[in-house]
Ligand binder design. Structure first.
Ligand SMILES: [Zn+2]
Length: 536
């Protein structure tokens, strides 16, 4: 097994403790000793003079659920020192799957630019999905959440209504089953249908189950712009009424009118914590968001699923109302010039990737809102977009909070394969950017605190035992990086560029990055939460 000694590193242990110079011994995948000087005892020695040794980074907000089948080494993450990704976020996930609703789930995943594995979705529940992932051989660990969207689709399809008592019971049972099988929590995406169809009561009922299992509730809340405060109030209510630990996903203040409200949002969370709600947030360090182009479409137009949305886009009865509402939402998010098309599937339109809605409108001689509708119609609603709608001041203010973890909101990618496609740089740069830009260049975030936001804090939020800290007995998920050179290189114009400065990444004690190069090793696995309901 893997036994080695890291010698003379600046150790940052995942708590907020100051760095100290020391050695770290690893045996059989576990950290066995951490101290100023350890005898090598015949072990391989890695000289780490001038390098920082930290716990492997835990990406609390990832969407690698299906891309992992294509890129099982998750290169863009490994080269940033990420050793575990929390997947199934924003209510979007690949289980539970009920065969009768399979096509609805597939439409839903495609709408979010999730690419299906070559043999489709060949599982029904958490265990089968996790087993399938373990079989392909993973470069890093995955900690899946139960996605509320998938859960709702399993019972209600794409219907826009309140579940009956019987249906709610079924949803709860499915959630329970997933948590018992080892899922780490429940996620919601309340701007995306079918999550947007759910009333607060439904979410409280489900969150109670998560609370019973000591699991986390993560939420892409119901509004991140004008209605940010109301949306935070809903998340707080869910925490208060259910007793669940709440994680507000990718906290931000979207749209020029809301710039400056980041601090107000933090204050609201702080007040809620003081009143006894265990609520925190995560964030990616960029001033642009990225999601489906359908985020511009009002919720009512999604009822019944993608086929119904396409019908409404084309029907004269609904097209007019859609035009007005899409234009309104587009302007809230910064206007057509600030919305850039990323992922696009069809051969015909692939050249539009990287262009903004205004530019495409000019090309098509078409008003911006009609351009959006035509794009959605031609691509069957599967269009990814980047929205330049945040302010750097808010990003920095939110980052400074001790309660905010780092999460990429991206996926594990491979530059060599994905080259040429437009995407958000966060998949390649999030963690390196925090360390290179905020900790080093700007100096606004002390290194130990930055690391804590990616490791110890996340492990605590998640209830992840034995990871997230450098301590004897803990699993050897570790990263060794150069604090003077670590840097993101991925940009909006040229996203498929790996971060630099990570020398080693070890997953479960095995190197997945060695001397800055991907080794091809697959020591990762799906982490399964050992859990007992407090009611059983
Ligand atoms: Zn989200």
């Amino acid at each position: 097994m893997f036994s080695f000694l890291i010698r003379g590193a600046q150790v940052i242990d995942g708590s907020k403790r100051e760095p100290f110079r020391g050695d770290i011994a690893v045996e059989n995948g576990l950290i066995t000793e951490v101290s100023p000087s350890i005898k090598d005892g015949g072990k391989t020695v890695i000289e780490a003079d001038g390098l920082v040794a930290a716990p492997g980074f835990i990406d609390i907000h990832s969407h690698t659920d299906l891309t992992i089948f294509k890129h099982p080494l998750a290169e863009s993450k490994a080269l940033q020192g990420v050793t575990t990704e929390v997947i199934g976020n924003c209510g979007i996930g690949a289980f539970p799957l009920i065969q009768e609703q399979k096509s609805v789930l597939i439409d839903y995943l495609k709408m979010h630019d999730f690419h299906l594995p070559s043999d489709g979705l060949s599982w029904n529940n958490f265990t089968q999905y996790a087993d399938q992932l373990d079989r392909i051989g993973l470069g890093l660990n995955l900690a899946p959440l139960v996605a509320h969207g998938a859960l709702r689709i399993a019972i209600l399809g794409a219907e826009d209504r309140v579940p009956s008592d019987r249906e709610l019971k079924k949803m709860k049972a499915l959630l329970k089953e997933s948590l018992e099988q080892g899922a780490w929590g429940l996620s919601t995406g309340l701007i995306y249908p079918p999550g947007s169809f759910a009333k607060t009561e439904e979410l409280v009922d489900l969150a109670k189950i998560a609370a019973d299992y000591g699991a986390l509730y993560t939420s892409h809340i119901r509004g991140e712009g004008t209605t940010l405060m109301e949306a935070l109030d809903e998340a707080i209510q869910i925490g208060k009424k259910s007793g669940v630990r709440v994680e507000v996903s990718h906290l931000k203040a979207m749209g020029r009118d809301n710039w400056g409200r980041g601090k107000e949002a933090l204050l609201k969370l702080e007040k809620a914590r003081q009143s006894g709600v265990d609520i925190a947030a995560d964030q990616y360090p960029y001033n642009a968001t990225s999601t489906s182009l359908t985020a511009l479409v009002p919720s009512w137009a999604h009822a019944g699923g993608v086929s119904e949305l396409l019908r409404r886009l084309a029907s004269p009865e609904t097209a007019e109302r859609l035009r007005t509402e899409i234009l309104l939402e587009m302007n809230k998010r910064g206007g057509p010039g600030r919305i850039v098309i990323a992922e696009i599937g069809s051969e015909k339109n692939v050249g539009l990737s990287g262009k903004n809605i205004g530019q495409i409108g000019e090309l098509w001689q078409c008003a911006p809102e009609r351009t959006v509708m035509r794009l959605l119609f031609e691509e069957k609603a599967a269009v990814g977009a980047v929205y330049f709608s945040l302010s750097e001041e808010d990003v920095a203010a939110i980052l400074s909070s001790d309660q905010v973890s780092v999460g990429s909101d991206g996926t594990g990618m491979k530059a060599e394969d994905d080259f040429g496609k437009s995407t958000h740089p966060r998949s390649y740069g999030t963690f390196a950017r925090i360390l290179g830009v905020y900790a080093r260049e700007k100096g606004t975030l002390p290194l130990a605190k930055a690391i804590h936001k990616m490791t110890g804090l996340v492990a605590s939020r998640l209830g992840l035992k034995n990871r997230g800290f450098i301590k004897p007995g803990y699993t050897a998920d570790l990263v060794l990086f150069d604090p003077l050179t670590i840097q993101d290189r991925s940009t909006f114009d040229h996203p498929h560029q790996y971060a630099m400065g990570v020398v080693y990444t070890w997953v479960n004690g095995c190197p997945v990055v060695q001397e800055g190069i991907i080794t091809g090793n697959t020591p990762g696995r799906v982490l399964r939460k050992r859990t007992v309901s407090s009611h059983s």
